[in-house]
Design a protein around this ligand. Sequence first.
Ligand SMILES: CC(C)(COP(=O)(O)OP(=O)(O)OC[C@H]1O[C@@H](n2cnc3c(N)ncnc32)[C@H](O)[C@@H]1OP(=O)(O)O)[C@@H](O)C(=O)NCCC(=O)NCCS
Length: 183
Amino acid sequence: MSTGRARVVDRTGTGVHIRWMIRRDMPEVTRAERACFEFSWTEDDFLRCLRQRNCIGMVAEVNDALAGFMIYELHKTRLNVLNFAVAPGARRRGVGRVMVGKLVYKLTSHRRQKITLAVRERNLPAQLFFRAHGFRATRLLPSYYEDSREDAYQMELLAPPYDPFDGFGVIGPVNRVAQYEER
Ligand SMILES: CC(C)(COP(=O)(O)OP(=O)(O)OC[C@H]1O[C@@H](n2cnc3c(N)ncnc32)[C@H](O)[C@@H]1OP(=O)(O)O)[C@@H](O)C(=O)NCCC(=O)NCCS
């Protein structure tokens, strides 16, 4: 029997499913946003941002419940993350890791070569999280936030080597024939 919902396929094997953000997600997204940030975006902030042609919103679900979300902009040579959060009750279970994986997957071998974002100077957990995923702080952005005048670190992740058969994530050349023969 059809439930009327699209069947969800979890290709990561983590139980985390990433999909486009839709208007109906807004109440849950703004609730999670308020739980995550001292200076939180309003629903209007989200909608204004998502109206831009190059701006994309995605949500992460675990067991059909919202576990996280991210908003990013597509630029010619980079992907810039504007908002990224995992709900407090869903943290340290790899949800953020799957979300970063999705962003890396969006990079293409020739054009978009890096992911950039700004992290508040006081937000050490987020700095450690992004560093654990290969991001590096590249610049200090003085008084970056209008709300608190806090400084930010710009963090960047350069695209890992690209394998046309496997996608991203291959470090160094792999001899496929040798692998096949060894089995
Ligand atoms: C930062 C955040 C997105 C991490 O999400 P998460 O789903 O809990 O992260 P994961 O479970 O995928 O963590 C993967 C790894 O990142 C690192 N990490 C994650 N949270 C961390 C923390 N609080 N302190 C130190 N390292 C951390 C660890 O290495 C972790 O691996 P481990 O759990 O095996 O030790 C989440 O804490 C969050 O939403 N924070 C509030 C919002 C925010 O600051 N967003 C970023 C704005 S720039």
